[in-house]
Ligand binder design. Sequence first.
Ligand SMILES: Cc1ncc(COP(=O)(O)O)c(C=O)c1O
Length: 407
Amino acid sequence: MTYSEQLDKAIERLHDEGRYRTFIDIERRNGNFPHAVWTKPDGSENDITVWCGNDYLGMGQHPVVLAAMHEAIDATGAGSGGTRNISGTTVYHKRLEAELADLHGKESALVFTSAYIANDATLSTLPKLFPGLIIYSDERNHASMIEGVRRNGGAKRIFRHNDLAHLRELLEADDSDAPKLIAFESIYSMDGDFGPIEEICDLADEFGALTYIDEVHAVGMYGARGAGVAERDRLMHRLDIINGTLAKAYGVMGGYIAASAKMCDAIRSYAPGFIFTTSIPPAIAAGAAASVAFLKRAPELREKHQQQAKALKLRLKGLGLPIIDHGSHIVPVIVGNPVHTKLLSDMLLEEHGIYVQPINFPTVPRGTERLRFTPSPVHGPREMDALVTAMDGLWAHCALNRAEAAG
Ligand SMILES: Cc1ncc(COP(=O)(O)O)c(C=O)c1O
């Protein structure tokens, strides 16, 4: 078989499994979020409302962020021009890391090109620092954590999602002297459920384990200054490594870890994913730092965000739609069938100008295919009314079950 035929085969496999992904080509309009322009495959354009973005607070169009980026690009040009070690560390990178360390109450922070890379690079490097390390990883952890744990060459144990008894069982089964680390998330983004942070920290104390938390879907949005769920629950000091993104609630790009100075120094020095890649552009670092600083003092935006999520959940529940509600900002509506989910998503987009991406296996288990809505402070009453009306109509049109709220 030729190389070309093998590529055909690989792509065909995805089509056969219903897993082939197509991009929806959209352009957001600065100053007019959550509205965007959708360029259809035939080249024509439609105005749409984005309901599945992860720019949870609309910071991607915030004047404070844009001004910081413009200023930095005018002052220093486009790219950083190097890796952090070789000419790519600027005052902007240092300022961002100081802002993040302060946010999480840690001695240090380390910025990576994304939170994916931060997870992968850190988790795959830790066994080099702690020979014999065993990593206990929640089964629903994000792909970036799975990847980091998988290829680090060390021992791993996968515990059932949020199952503390299972985690305890696994910890008890291992050598009490072995170095250990528990890796989990504060908010699991597909169901919007919370990780049991305090209980995991208790287990970590009992078994002498380090703790690693991914707060990607929480930073900017929870806690008095937006440091995440651990801040809200006053648990930040009990976590050894906190991972976050600058690309979702902060509206820009990049990822990081916050930890002790020694931990960051070691990761900085050993992680190929940090060392051998160009640092983020200064303008990105400047925009992210401005966003983090702004959100430290914007509890009203966090409040509005939560209110929006509550309002949407209440209205969808009122229609009897099967939503999952764990009290977070994420609003998943379970359709339970990949064909129906895709159909609903297509009809919302084409007939109502509402963009919500279908979420199918393997991102979520089969039978739980869903539409995942991310309401934000930039969604107004008009947008919410339009969404609720469209969902009501389509649910009836497709003769889908109305159910009691789950979760
Ligand atoms: C839980 C979790 N961790 C990490 C990431 C990666 O974040 P980034 O987009 O900054 O790479 C994501 C992205 O969706 C995520 O959902």
